[in-house]
Write a protein that binds this ligand. Sequence first.
Ligand code: AMP
Ligand code: MG
Length: 329
Amino acid sequence: MQTTIYSINDKTIKKAVELFNASEVVAVPTETVYGLGAVGTDSVAVKKIFEIKGRPSDNPLIAHVHKDYDISKLVYIEQDYVDKLIKAFTPGPLTMVFNSKGVVCKEAVGGGSTLAIRIPSHEGCQKLLKALDKPVVAPSANLSKHTSPVTAMHVYNDLNGKIEMILDGGKCSGGIESTVVDCTDKVPRILRAGLITKEMIEKVVGACLIAEHKSSDKVRSPGVKYKHYRPNCQTALYNENEIDLAIKRYDKEASEGKRAFIMCRDDLKGEFFGKNLLLLGKTEEQIASNLYDKLLEGEKIADIIIAIAMPDEKNINLGIMNRMRKSCE
Ligand code: AMP
Ligand code: MG
């Protein structure tokens, strides 16, 4: 199969809608990462997503809808705070988990009884969802376990020959996957950290919990139990107070003829003077936005990426560190 990248516009959206309605999958841009989508009620199309990615069948997908879509057609909205979350954070990088009405097929939800819903803010993606007017279920558009794509070219590098169409909507501004919040209980609970933080949710609805993942627990957000986000090169992760160890490691790898790169935020670059660097940016938003891009750039030019952790795991850093640990530890 030939894979083509099309710039997203009215004409290519029309072509994508035709493919979706013919049980095909299409890679689509969003403001977080690129998604590999299929119509959520079409189990033939949904199965293709799992086959193409090599994704475990119990890892559920997120249903994406346009901002005027009536989500109560898909799920039971049981908690009062949901309206506030929708008003404050949608369209945007927030995914809400509800009890499903079973309209979206069981293959998309890993056989579970809940459905995750997101209303993306990416303009091209909104137009596409509006034109189709059906829920599009999608995980990230990468091969299972690999780093998530934030450009159309990243998708192409993983899925070339496996899908017909990639819609190019530019580099994703957010850069890490959406915050996933369980909205089935009295207090919202974050299952996966992202750009919408606990602090932001608390300001709007009062209380917000963060789910802890102990190995003995029933996994609430199934995706979090899998190895994820790994670039195709060796990696290592050091804390900020271990810079001397990171330098030692770099020198050792380099002395063995390996191409080593340090991946860190801009304000640490003085510590690594004269070394190969992958710089992530200054602010938490910039670092989230650049993380996967730099990992995917790094895997092409480095034998080993030596990552330096964020100084804490508060606010957006929680989401950044969740990905950095899985990709680099
Ligand atoms: P991806 O972002 O590519 O990993 O795909 C979607 C992710 O959303 C999954 O891996 C889960 O972590 C999360 N998710 C999707 N559906 C549900 C659900 N019903 N309950 C909890 N988490 C979900
Ligand atoms: Mg993914």
